[in-house]
Design a protein around this ligand. Sequence first.
Ligand code: C2E
Ligand code: MG
Ligand code: MG
Ligand code: MG
Length: 292
Amino acid sequence: ADSAMAAVKRAGRRQVRRYQPHDAATERFQLLARDLSLALTREELSLHFQPVFRLHDLRPVKAEALLRWTHPQLGPVSPGEFIPVAERVGLIAPIGAWVLREACRAALPWADVTVSVNVSAVQLLQAEFPQVVQQALRDSGLDPCRLELELTETASLYEDDRAARTLQDLRDVGVGLSIDDFGSGYSNLARLRSLPITGVKLDRSCTVDLTGGDGESFARALLSAVLGLTQHLPLDLTAEGVESAAHLAVLRELNCPLGQGHGLSRPLDAEEFMTLLRAPAPSAVAVGAAAC
Ligand code: C2E
Ligand code: MG
Ligand code: MG
Ligand code: MG
């Protein structure tokens, strides 16, 4: 009788969880999902641009477009929180299309500097995605080779036929393709060769370990291995999370070509980024120069 009672209680708890989700996380999710659908029309979304520097001379050669949402009551909500919501409620397509249009438009006056746009796996699997990208390029007049897409490593990136065709279509028109956050989970060195990509971004967890602490010698070995491979293929390698002069020194010593991080520059608004581009080369990197 006891265990029957326990089973009834367990079932009851399961039902409560399934049918009456009233915990804080669920409430937050529902609030964000509802308001995110209005964010586009209320013009609450904007893009910031984080410069990517060529490490030997600290020239900005790319900028990563990072989505910002200022909620009228909550204030800034991080993309790490609202992008997964957008993916789950079917809003990633319109939001992603807006990001592509805005990023291409903003990059038009950047001379030869490339703009990098984050693309979620959900977008990549949508049949119309290559057209969405090409429409953004046509509307802005941006040269396709000045647009790069950052792709997160997921199983579908390697295994889905549609994703594979999409990547090849985009490469064929000249768009750059990078694997984002490489070394943070799913990474497969050998498979880099099987994708039509042009770059790799090394996750900041790998950069953090480069200086001090137990993981230092392993982190250096890992970076050397990835560098060897990316030079061989060849692919552009960007180290993410360059936060200190010590990080910069190690990356330069090992000949890592590109870097991005708070020690070099925080994400900037479009106007600030234009100012950075107009500044003379080394002094352009106020924070980086100070950190050196
Ligand atoms: P991500 O693509 O890996 O972007 C880099 C993130 O690291 C950004 O966070 C950036 O502000 C942060 N960051 C840059 N330098 C440093 C540093 O030195 N130290 C530390 N601790 N962090 C640094 P953010 O802007 O919060 O974006 C988080 C993630 O949200 C991005 O990670 C990306 O996966 C996603 N995301 C952002 N914008 C978009 C978008 O337009 N579309 C999609 N699908 N995802 C986006
Ligand atoms: Mg990225
Ligand atoms: Mg990244
Ligand atoms: Mg990251």
